[in-house]
Design a protein around this ligand. Sequence first.
Ligand code: ADP
Length: 146
Amino acid sequence: MERIAVFPGSFDPFTKGHARIVERTLKFFDKVIVAVGINESKVTDFMLEGRLKKIASMYSDNPRIEVKAYTTLTVDFVKQVGAQCIVRGIRSVKDFEYERDMADWNMRLAGIETLCLFAEPEYASISSSVLRELQSYGKDISDYLP
Ligand code: ADP
């Protein structure tokens, strides 16, 4: 059986921290699906297309990494693609509280396990929301993007 993990997130933008989680997950699974969750009503097809394309082009030469968008509940997507596990990253206690609740719901709703990887210290303060804010003030964020 192919071991498949889903790494779900908004990835707005996809950062070096996210990329490290993908790389580290490949040590344990045959395939990782980077799943871009769409639940913000303000996201246009155009924006989404750009986000997906950027991530997909980064991994286009690696058949073990797939990039897909989804609009359903995460556990339903996980089942639909035949994956066994959700992977998430934890940077701090703030992430921990949230991830623990989500993992509990994923197990309760669908019997799906969540594997959490701790962020490496050099990536632990990188967040998409901070990068979006810096960018909105005209700062160059390219050092933090893969
Ligand atoms: P969401 O909106 O689902 O939290 P994000 O795109 O912000 O989506 O994050 C997706 C996952 O990646 C989450 O589990 C988050 O904790 C994790 N993550 C985000 N940034 C980092 C980082 N710098 N290092 C490790 N994990 C991270």
